[in-house]
Design a binder for this molecule. Structure first.
Ligand SMILES: [Zn+2]
Length: 88
């Protein structure tokens, strides 16, 4: 792993966010189930974001919420083959 990173584009409805991409990288992490963890950079301040554990039902399984230490929240969507679709 190591250098596996990509950037994902905004697919929400707020015009002022249209040009903002979110950097995502995959890191080795012994504590994660798969041995790797996806780290998302906050689009507002560049800080690392953590995945928020799912609470309750009704959310798409290809949709994940990330939160940074300053309480910014974004939703990252992926397609069924694992590619990033965008954030909002
Ligand atoms: Zn932030």
């Amino acid at each position: 792993m190591g250098g596996l990173s990509s950037s994902i584009r905004y697919i929400g409805l707020a015009n002022k966010l249209m040009d903002i991409t979110v950097a995502v990288r995959v890191e080795r992490n012994e504590r994660a189930k798969a041995g790797i963890a996806t780290v998302v950079s906050c689009p507002y301040d560049g800080k690392d974001m953590k995945a928020v554990p799912k609470s309750g039902y009704g959310k798409g399984k290809n949709e994940r919420t990330y939160r940074c230490g300053r309480e910014h929240r974004i939703i990252v969507l992926s397609s069924t083959n694992g590619d990033w679709r965008g954030w909002m």
